[in-house]
Design a protein around this ligand. Structure first.
Ligand code: ME8
Length: 510
């Protein structure tokens, strides 16, 4: 059986989730749902990154212990993901004992393999990035991403010999051209690699909120060093070798573009140092921007953007969960930056959802009720719509396969467009009841059935409802694509229900 292991970054538990975290999570969820339709054994991992100074500082500022703060924030993430219909198979919290165990085992192995040594770290640090800078890589002593002052640090730390892996990493990149996608991001990681790697400090004594270093209990691991290992914790590293063997190294890490270096250079090197294969794929997404600015928690604090106004739950209340998911997947190609706006959601809602999909379902269910006694006719085997449907199936399958939900939905919407055109051409609302009308309506119902399957990774709730309205049992998610996404499988003879509009039109002041 084919397997599909997909992960999101684990989000910092310094604050509640926002639309940016929802963006990556919805993309991963839709891809996982697509692979379940393919019949792949699928594992979708997401979670929260609860350690590090940024989280400890946020807790202190709010008057909580780090433990109590991360309890609250983790609950907020779970609540948001449930509201967004995120069907994760595992939700990891880095404070869990299973994670501490895997981290200590993994880094203990690297230590035993001779890739960790003690030295004095002296340099600059950005707490918002949880990352190191040199004077040269900083923006005149300030963080190049956040614009904030950098903290001068001097500590005796344990270091990882990243420099020892330069050649092996270059070889790995050369041998696996699809390790990092899209290619522009691969080139970015590759040029970083080629510019020469320095060893990295991986422990801290200045904070205690972290995973203790097993061979030196005065230290905790630097947050990135514990966080990356979550991808192995969740598949039983150090606890269940069979599970690790089953799921690793074939894996798909979906990340934002600011964490390329950690995932495409540090992480594969860490795996090599621990005697494991590196992850097989890293897919890099761009950023959602508001007025050209990254929509992140730290930016909000610095620049006054009110992210509470654009929390996923607020948007769900305003537009509904499936329209929001659709917008996040459809508006911006994964890998590119995209401008986020309420007007943009509204435009997609009214055009793609209300006018195209909603109108198609309403027309067909109405005519079947008024002219076919509410019973859906079977499709014709040879129909002019068939070729369009087959093109939509093959194009969207190819797009989901290459991690391009936007193109997959474009292909699906072309089928919606041609089905609406087919109806306009035949104008069944003007036809007499009888075989000719049945043929047109059967074809349209079949196209709707296929659209429901192809759109279900993006809009699971609405597609379930469409499925029910055209009289089918179960849900599109129960289907296996190869058997079901085949023209002519709508059985006919089913009761078709004309319900309320799926997407009532919204005014721009909504
Ligand atoms: O970096 N547009 O956590 P984080 C699109 N804990 N995606 C966005 C976004 C935006 N404006 N803002 C955030 C961390 N994201 C670490 C990860 S993994 C081992 C540790 C998404 O809470 C995007 O996927 O800062 C980005 O990489 C991630 O949230 C960063 O989340």
């Amino acid at each position: 059986m084919r397997r599909f292991y997909i992960t999101t970054p684990i989000y910092y538990a310094n604050d509640a989730p926002h639309v940016g975290s929802a963006y990556t999570t919805v993309n991963a969820d839709a891809l996982a749902r697509w692979h379940r339709l393919l019949g792949d054994e699928t594992k979708f991992l997401t979670g929260v990154d609860e350690h590090g100074q940024k989280v400890a500082d946020a807790a202190e500022k709010s008057g909580f212990s780090p433990h109590d703060w991360t309890e609250r924030m983790s609950a907020r993430f779970l609540e948001a993901w449930d509201a967004l219909g995120i069907q994760y198979d595992d939700f990891i919290r880095t404070t869990e004992p299973r994670h501490h165990e895997s981290v200590q085992k993994f880094l203990g192995t690297i230590y035993d393999n001779g890739y960790i040594y003690k030295d004095v770290y002296q340099g600059l640090y950005c707490v918002s990035c949880e990352d190191y800078y040199t004077i040269e890589s900083s923006d005149q002593g300030r963080c190049p991403i956040h614009g904030s002052d950098l903290t001068e640090m001097e500590e005796e730390n344990w270091f990882f010999k990243l420099s020892a892996f330069e050649d092996r990493l270059i070889e790995y990149f050369d041998a696996h051209p699809d390790f990092v996608t899209p290619e522009t991001k691969r080139n970015e990681a590759y040029s970083f690699l080629k510019s020469g790697l320095k060893d990295i400090s991986i422990t801290r004594t200045s904070i205690s909120w972290g995973v203790p270093v097993p061979w030196d209990e005065r230290h905790v691991f630097y947050v990135w060093y514990d966080a990356l290992i979550n991808y192995l914790t969740a598949i039983g590293y150090g606890r269940d070798d069979d599970e690790v063997e089953k799921w690793w190294p074939s894996s798909h890490h979906l990340i934002g573009k600011e964490i390329i270096r950690f995932h495409c250079v540090w992480w594969p090197a860490m795996c090599m140092a621990a005697g494991l294969e590196p992850p097989s794929h890293v897919h890099v997404g761009g950023w959602l921007l508001i007025g050209g600015q990254k929509l992140g928690k730290t930016m909000a604090a610095n620049g006054g953007l009110k992210l509470t106004d654009i929390a996923p739950i607020t948007l769900i209340e305003e537009f509904g969960v499936d329209p929001l998911r659709y917008y996040l997947l459809r508006e911006t190609a994964l890998g590119n930056d995209g401008e986020f706006s309420l007007e943009g959601i509204l435009a997609r809602y009214n055009t793609d959802l209300a006018n195209n999909l909603g109108n198609l379902v309403a027309r067909v269910t109405t005519v079947v009720n008024s002219k076919c006694a509410g019973v859906g006719p079977a499709p014709q085997l040879e129909s002019t719509l068939r070729a369009d449907a087959e093109t939509a199936i093959s194009e969207s399958a190819a797009a989901w396969q290459r991690f391009a939900p936007q193109s997959a939905l474009e292909a699906t919407w072309r089928l919606i467009g041609s089905t609406n055109a087919y109806l306009e051409q035949h104008a069944p609302w003007k036809m007499e009841s009888g075989a000719a009308l049945d043929a047109v309506m059967g074809d349209a119902l079949e196209a709707i059935r296929l659209v429901a399957i192809l759109s279900s990774p993006a809009m699971p709730g609405v597609c379930d409802e469409i499925w029910r309205r055209i009289g089918l049992d179960g849900s599109p998610a129960d289907q296996i694509l190869e058997k079901s996404a085949v023209w002519g499988r709508y059985p006919g003879g089913r009761t078709v229900v004309k319900g309320d509009p799926l997407f009532p039109r919204m005014k721009s002041d909504a």
